[in-house]
Every structure is written in C-alpha cells, then in structure tokens.
Write a protein that binds this ligand. Structure first.
Ligand code: DGY
Length: 322
C-alpha cells in the first residue's frame, strides 16, 4: 500500500520525523522561507495531511484539496483555525491537549510571583546598577501571594493545575469564572464559582486562561480593569486579544492596578516600540507557556500521532470539535 503524503510546515524533532516517515511520505517546508498563503494552498493540494503549527487554516485554504483529511497543530489553542470551515470540506483539525498542562501552570506561577514581588522589574533595577545604599526599602515592596485570593477566568485543565499549586503551595483562596461548574475543583480545593464582576472585585491575582473566541475578545477592558483592586495583579496566559491592551496600558500607567504579568500579546512578537516596554509594573515573557524541551517534544509527538492517524484515515485522538 502506498504511504499517504503529508506536508510539514514546521521543523520537528528527529524522533518525531522518524515516526512520521515510518507511516507517511513527507514534504518539509524550508523553515528559512516564509510560507505565504498561496504557497500553502499549493502545498496542501496534493497531500493527505498537514502539520501547520503557527499558521492557520480555514475553508478557503482547503476548498480545492481533495485528498486532505487532517490538519494538525502542535498547540493546545487553535484560534488561528476555523474547525467548522475545515469540517465543511471534510478536513479534521487536531491539537495537543494534556501534555502541556503542568508546564504552562509552572510558567503561570512564575508570572504570578514575578508580578507580585516585582522580580522582573527589580532584576532590571539591580542589573542597571540602581541598587545602592540610598535605595529605600519601601521602594522595593511587593504584594504577598500566600493566603491571598486567586481568581481564575477559564477553569480548564491548566486552570486546575494552577489552582493545585495555589492551594497546596500557597494556601490561597480560589474564585473562578467559567461557563460550566467544576465540581471536583470546588470539592478538592474549595474553589468558588462566581460572576466575572465578583471575581474582579475580590481577587488579589486575576489569571486569564480562556480560549480566544468572539466572546472572549477584549473580555478585560477599561470597565473590568476598573473593578480590580488597586493592589491586584493581572496575569494573561491565554491569548493577547483577551485583554484590550490600550486599556491595560492606561490602567498600568495610572497605577489603577498593581501590575500585569503577560506571556501573550495582541501582536506577537511584541513590536520594539510597544508601550509595555516602557512600563515598570509589567513582567513580559515571549509566549513561552509550554516552552520546555520535554513538553515541546511531547507536543510535537502528539501532533505527529494525530497527523499520521488522520492521514491514514483513522480517528486521531485529539480532534477539535467543529
Ligand atoms: C498553545 O499550545 O496554545 C500555546 O499557547 C502555544 O501557542
């Protein structure tokens, strides 16, 4: 039997490539060349599956791809893709849940600690040689984390891992806002489901973990920021557009909230003249939630398994609901 053919828009680790090549012929895009939509369309025309991490796909892209059965992304978030549009052309979309949950939760806790205790900001201060005998102790104060209230917007699997760390490690009280109730999180960690406004008003640390959809775009804007405590920290581990960045910049400039710690942005990479770069009360990381070697390799392998299964006409394990 002829092997199916897949298109790989991304480099993958050697063992992942060897797994793919056992089951499929492949074409690997030269990562030094940007892949335009026209080139991608052309590449997809003759293949059975594609790995498109960091790209996107909709009905228009796949409408003339008669063999294409699956598009796989090595990410858990799939906001760049239109699962319904792909399904209309019988193309499955797969993603990589589960394998990154603990790693992302680790990073989120890093952001929480950096934002509250001003670690990134004061690190810059020390490096710039500004720590001197004249430095007042008061100017170095941050906010406590232990026994404070953590509010999580979007209580999915990663939210739950953050809650575990918050409760077991830092004895925090947990509020959450989510479409559905999470009984096991309530029972295990004493988490309380509340309205968005209550969460914003009562939390010391507000963490965003919702997927980006039409409903969550600019979920946090001027009005929502105004409801937060002046001592509170906003942490975004979801997607940049969940926050209205201009409103956040204003709130940070006017010290309406204590600070923000952000791993995701409306525009990535962050432009080098972005106002965030001139603010002291932000911790900024370059979208590294899942960026450890072990986790990225696990994601690449899971994406490859989904790709191969779909290209062979089998049912992949992580199909995104259309
Ligand atoms: C994910 O997997 O969705 C990460 O945020 C990387 O995009």
């Amino acid at each position: 039997m002829n092997k199916p053919h897949v298109f790989l828009a991304n480099q993958v680790p050697t063992d992942v490539l060897s797994y793919i090549s056992t089951h499929c012929e492949y074409t690997l895009w030269d990562s030094k060349k940007p892949l335009t939509k026209e080139e991608l369309k052309k590449a997809l025309k003759s293949v059975d599956g594609a790995l498109l991490t960091g790209h996107g796909a909709d009905a228009d892209l796949v409408k003339d791809c008669n063999n294409l059965k699956v598009i796989s992304t090595a990410t858990v978030g799939y906001d760049r893709f239109d699962p319904k549009g792909l399904a209309a052309h019988d193309v499955l979309l797969t993603h990589t849940p589960y394998v990154l949950d603990e790693t992302v939760a680790d990073l989120l806790f890093g952001l929480i600690l950096s934002g509250t205790r001003r670690i990134a900001e004061l690190h810059e201060h020390v490096k710039a040689g500004k720590w001197s005998k004249e430095t007042s102790q008061h100017s170095l104060y941050g906010q406590d984390v232990h026994q404070k209230t953590l509010g999580i917007i979007g209580m999915g699997r990663i939210g739950e891992k953050i809650v575990h760390r918050a409760k077991e490690g830092f004895d925090m009280s947990i509020l959450y806002h989510n479409r559905s109730s999470r009984k096991e999180v309530e029972e295990t960690y004493g988490a309380k489901k509340v309205e968005l406004n209550t969460l914003l008003e009562e939390s010391d640390i507000v963490v965003l973990m919702v997927p980006l959809t039409d409903e969550t775009k600019h979920l946090i804007g001027q009005e929502e920021l105004a409801k937060m405590k002046p001592t509170a920290l906003l942490v975004n581990g979801a997607r940049g557009p969940v926050v209205d960045e201009s409103a956040l910049i204003e709130a940070l400039e006017n010290k309406e909230i204590f600070g923000a710690a952000l791993d995701v942005f409306e525009q990535e990479p962050l432009p080098n003249n972005h106002p965030f770069l001139n603010l002291e009360n932000v911790t900024l990381t370059p979208h590294i939630g899942s960026a450890t070697a072990a986790t990225r390799e696990a994601m690449a392998m899971r994406a490859a398994e989904n790709l191969v299964a779909g290209a062979l006409g089998k049912t992949p394990q992580d199909i995104v609901k259309a």
